[in-house]
Design a protein around this ligand. Sequence first.
Ligand SMILES: CC(C)(COP(=O)(O)OP(=O)(O)OC[C@H]1O[C@@H](n2cnc3c(N)ncnc32)[C@H](O)[C@@H]1OP(=O)(O)O)[C@@H](O)C(=O)NCCC(=O)NCCS
Length: 147
Amino acid sequence: MGVADANTAGSVHGGRIMYLCDEVAGIAAIRHSGRRVVTAGVDRMNFLHAVLVGDLVTVRATVNAAWRTSMEVGVRVERERVQSGEVEHTSTAYLTMVALDDERRPTEVPPIAPENQVEERRQREAQLRRSYRLAEREQIVAGRGGQ
Ligand SMILES: CC(C)(COP(=O)(O)OP(=O)(O)OC[C@H]1O[C@@H](n2cnc3c(N)ncnc32)[C@H](O)[C@@H]1OP(=O)(O)O)[C@@H](O)C(=O)NCCC(=O)NCCS
C-alpha cells in the first residue's frame, strides 16, 4: 500500500480495501460463471486491524455458494509487515455477485459442488446469510405495507 491509499495518519482507507475486495470477488465470480458479473450487495465487511502504508496486502476470494443467477463470494484480506514477515488477518467480506448475459440480464450460473468439509461449511453459512437477507427484506417490505 502506498501513500495515495492512505489518510494523513498513514492508515489505508477502508474504502481502498473494499475496492480491492470487490475487484477480487468479481474475478472469482467471473471464473466460476464464465460471465460478466455485477456486485449486487455486500453482506458484511469488517476491519480487524489497520493496514498501514508499506504493508503488503493479499486478497483471496472463493465462491462459497451459487443460486440461480447469484453467487456469494467470501473474501479474506491479510496484511504483511514486509520487513518482519508478520502476517495478520485484517478483513473478511461477503459479496453477492450476479452473472449477466450479453443483454445485461441476470443469467443462470453453474451450481457449486462442495468437495470437502470446509467447502460444505462455506456453502451452509452462505445459505444462512442469504436466508437472513431475504427474511430481512420481506420484513421491511411488510413493515412498509407491502411497498
Ligand atoms: C443486481 C441486479 C442485476 C439484480 O437485478 P434484478 O432485476 O433485481 O434481477 P432479479 O430479481 O432476477 O435478481 C437476480 C439475482 O440477484 C439477486 N439480488 C438482487 N438484488 C440483490 C441484493 N440487493 N443483494 C443480494 N442479491 C440480490 C437476487 O436474489 C437474484 O439471485 P438468484 O437468481 O440467485 O435468486 C440489478 O439490481 C443491478 O444491475 N444492480 C446494479 C449492479 C451494479 O451496477 N453494481 C455495481 C454498483 S456501482
